[in-house]
Write a protein that binds this ligand. Structure first.
Ligand SMILES: Cc1ncc(COP(=O)(O)O)c(C=O)c1O
Length: 279
C-alpha cells in the first residue's frame, strides 16, 4: 500500500540556499528578508500593508485585540473550522458564536450569520475552508446594512472609526485563491494567512496579517502600530536598534511577542517567487 503524503513542504536547493544565505548574513531574526516578504505579499495580494508573524493564530488574536474585542463581546464564526478560529476569541475573553456552514462549499452561511448578529457582535470571522473563498459580497453587504450598522455599539476608537462589525477573514488556507478576480487579501477588512508546514505556502510556521481597512483608517499607521504591539510594545525593532546611535528604545505598552524571523521569511520569499507569479 502506498501512502499519499499530506501537503509535504517544498524543501529544494533554492529554499535551502536562501536559508543558508540568511544564516550566513548574520541576521536571523526580523530583518530585511521579513520586510521584503511583507512587501512581496502586499504586491501579490494587492492590499496596502502586510505584517508577517510567527503564526496565523497570533495574527487573528492581535487583530481582535487591536479592535478592542473583550469580555461581553461576541464574534461570529463557522462551526466547521480549526480550533484556532474559536480559541483566539476565547483568549480575548469574548464569546465565539458558532453558526452553520453551507452544504456545498462548507463555508459560513450568510443567512445564518445574519440571524446570529446581536448588539454584542463586534466581529465576523469567516473561514476560506480548504482555500475556497467565502461569499464576501454577501458578508460585506450584511455588515453595511443600515439596520445592522445602527445596532453596532462602538466601545473603542477603532470600533468608532469603522462604525460597523469588522470582517476579519481567517484566510489560513487561502493564500493564492481568487474571489471575483481578486486575491483573498483584499476581500475583507483584514485577512490572516497561515504559513504552517502543511499550508499552500509555508515558512515552517508563520502567518501574515493583510491589512485592507477602509477610510478613515491609514493602513500604514495601523501597520506601524502593529509592529510595536507584536514586539512587546518596543518602539524600535532589532534592525532599527542596530543603526548607529539608535540603540535606545522605549516600551510603549504591554505588547505581545510573535514576530517572524528572517530564517522563516527566507523560505517564504522563495516560495512566493517560485510557485506563484507576482504580478
Ligand atoms: C482554519 C484555520 N485557522 C487558523 C489556523 C491557525 O494557523 P497557524 O497554525 O498558522 O496558527 C489554522 C491552522 O491549521 C486553520 O486551519
Amino acid at each position: 500500500m502506498s501512502l499519499i503524503p499530506f501537503s509535504p513542504p517544498r524543501i529544494d536547493d533554492e529554499i535551502i540556499n536562501e536559508v543558508v544565505a540568511a544564516l550566513k548574513s548574520g541576521w536571523i531574526t526580523t530583518g530585511p528578508r521579513t520586510k521584503q516578504f511583507e512587501k512581496d505579499l502586499s504586491v501579490y495580494n494587492g492590499n496596502p500593508n502586510t505584517l508577517c508573524l510567527n503564526s496565523a493564530t497570533a495574527g487573528l488574536e492581535i487583530m481582535l485585540r487591536w479592535f478592542g474585542v473583550k469580555e461581553g463581546d461576541e464574534v461570529i464564526l463557522p462551526a466547521y473550522t480549526y480550533s484556532a478560529t474559536a480559541n483566539v476569541v476565547m483568549h480575548c475573553g469574548a464569546t465565539p458564536v458558532l453558526v452553520d456552514v453551507n452544504s456545498d462549499d462548507f463555508n459560513i452561511n450568510s443567512a445564518a450569520v445574519e440571524k446570529a448578529i446581536t448588539a454584542r457582535t463586534k466581529v465576523i470571522m469567516p473561514v476560506d475552508f480548504g482555500g475556497l473563498p467565502c461569499d464576501y459580497t454577501a458578508l460585506m453587504a450584511l455588515v453595511n446594512k443600515p439596520a445592522v450598522k445602527s445596532h453596532f455599539k462602538a466601545s473603542t476608537k477603532e470600533q468608532e472609526q469603522l462604525g460597523r462589525i469588522m470582517i476579519l477573514s481567517d484566510a489560513a488556507h487561502s493564500l493564492g485563491a481568487y474571489y471575483k478576480g481578486r486575491h483573498t487579501g483584499v476581500c475583507a477588512d483584514v485577512s490572516v494567512f497561515s504559513f504552517h508546514a502543511v499550508k499552500n505556502l509555508t515558512t515552517a510556521e508563520g502567518g501574515a496579517i493583510a491589512l485592507h481597512l477602509p477610510a478613515p483608517f491609514d493602513n500604514e499607521e495601523v501597520y506601524k502600530y502593529l509592529c510595536i504591539l507584536t514586539l512587546h510594545g518596543q518602539n524600535k525593532d532589532a534592525l532599527a536598534k542596530m543603526q548607529k546611535g539608535n540603540w535606545k528604545y522605549d516600551i510603549l505598552e504591554a505588547g505581545f511577542k510573535c514576530n517572524m524571523t528572517d530564517l522563516m521569511a527566507a523560505i517564504g520569499l522563495v516560495e512566493l517567487k517560485g510557485t506563484i507569479t507576482i504580478p
